[in-house]
Design a protein around this ligand. Sequence first.
Ligand code: 13P
Length: 241
Amino acid sequence: MSKIVIANWKLNPATAKEAKQLAKGSDMADLIVCPPFQFLEDVAGVIKKAKLGAQDLFWEDKGAFTGEISGTQLRDAGVEYVIIGHSERRKNLGETDEMVAKKIFAAFNDGLKPILCVGESQEERDRNKTNEVVERELRAGLSRVLAEKRDIIIAYEPVWAIGTGNPDTPENMLEMVRFIKDLLKRIGSQLTVRIIYGGSIKSDNAERFLQHKEIEGALVGGASLTRGEIQKIVEIAKKYK
Ligand code: 13P
């Protein structure tokens, strides 16, 4: 199966015009583009080969939830994938494991493919809590969907590696892949899981990760906004189908 590259634009760019330009330049198969909600429809109108993803969703489908967006609305905008539980939301917006679990459940209900993000902070790593944190986030996040025979992407994104220019090592990631697969077996998961890495991936380090068949893709933040970078990363991913 081919590898997946996911471009998480986060809160960028500033205008629809720039979003469309960025999307045009990144329109490649095996790429999932995740713009801000505001630009989903603009990007959907431009991409032909790439798939569309959102950066979050709310767990209720309608009602009095000011500022939220539902899976149904995302589907209507052409979205297929949705990032859930990104560490920036956990850290800056107080998103809890319970909220993440509800969102994963909602994504499946609404026919979206979830991309669940997990990973430890620097402080947790320093205290040797990496596996404990990832286990807690996975057990909680997947608690409502373990019996589902459906596809999910799990992105291991150590918080200390995000936006720092200091990625984890492929060796650590391979160990993490083994740990996650073993955990999913232990908790009786029926999900079909693909495990990808995120955190300071750029075109000059992507190959070190993607050359391993166990690392099934990359979640890319900053580099997805730099001209030419995401194209190079997708080309590298293609070499290791
Ligand atoms: P960077 O690639 O900028 O480190 O961000 C990673 C990330 O958070 C993607 O979701």
